[in-house]
Ligand binder design. Sequence first.
Ligand SMILES: [Fe+2]
Length: 369
Amino acid sequence: MYRVKLADLVPGMVVAREVTAPDGRLLLNVGAVIKARFIPKLEYLGVREVWVEGDPFLPPPLPQPPAVRRVRGPEEVFQDAVQAISEVFTDLRCGRALELPRVRRTAEAIVKQVLAQQHVLSCLGQIRDYDDYTFAHSVQVCLFAIALGRSLGYGFDDLVELGTGALLHDVGKTQIPLSLLNKPGYYNEKEYRAVKHHAAYGERILRRTEGVGVNIIRMAAEHHEWYNGAGYFRGLRGLEIHEFGRIGAIVDVYDAMTTDRSYRHRLLPHLAVEYLVGLAGSHFDPGLTRLFVQTVAIFPLDATVELTTGEIGRIIDVQKDLPTRPVVLILYDEKGRPVFRRRVRDLRRETTVFVTRLLSCGVVGRWAS
Ligand SMILES: [Fe+2]
């Protein structure tokens, strides 16, 4: 402990004796760390010297650099989004009002994140580890919808509107008993009928909420309509279905298929894409489906995959026009032995070889599209 004149006081020093003003008022407690802004105040209040911790013969601590505001990464943004949606939906379930500004802020954060990524989306597998399917699903549907909206040329405000609609597309599920919603396995006919009501419930909740635009209401109401008119709950067809509803239908089914559920494993992205393409024109808007397939990264660059040959390799190239047929650099042979000589399988040419498993998603944010 030693005494320093105010002129020699530097930020970072630790107060060793209480600092008081000449009138006896306590200004700083023992243990307080001196900050730059304290020094002129202490001078103004008439303090001439301060007892500080340490050795007078050692150099004083270096001033602390100003705190740098850390940029939030995609995972944090998505985790916050899942948290926000879980709270908004839980409030609704408890009979409270829909907190629309919070949902909109969440959509804005996701839009900014998607726009910052050159290749559309980061690895979605990394945000799938949530217990409650509905909330993570809503955020993932939002990501895919925004990606598709970007491909359609939407501006920032329209993307936020679309993202808000996507986050709320299943808001009607807050009116379905949790025991039914979280039931493991498939629904029987009666249960399925009850769950299907969520589209109409969603429309009703959103109509009652001030500030919700018609696009968002229609996304919740129409994301289960089929392009051929066989969907629910109004049986709209073709362009009678709002564009947000037609986008919602594609991204909702795609995300559901590529997510693990308690009763089934997820499909590989390229199989899910084949399923979507097979239903383009009947279930889905064909033009939007085509655009979605080009938008969504089926196989991210650097992903590790297993092939039907038993080999394991890393994806080093994917052509936009053949997104399900990547070029794979083989790392391990069919017996699991490391491969040291460069061996590449170009699945565009080797048409009998397929990807059987996606083992890791590679570098986050670096998707081929
Ligand atoms: Fe739904």
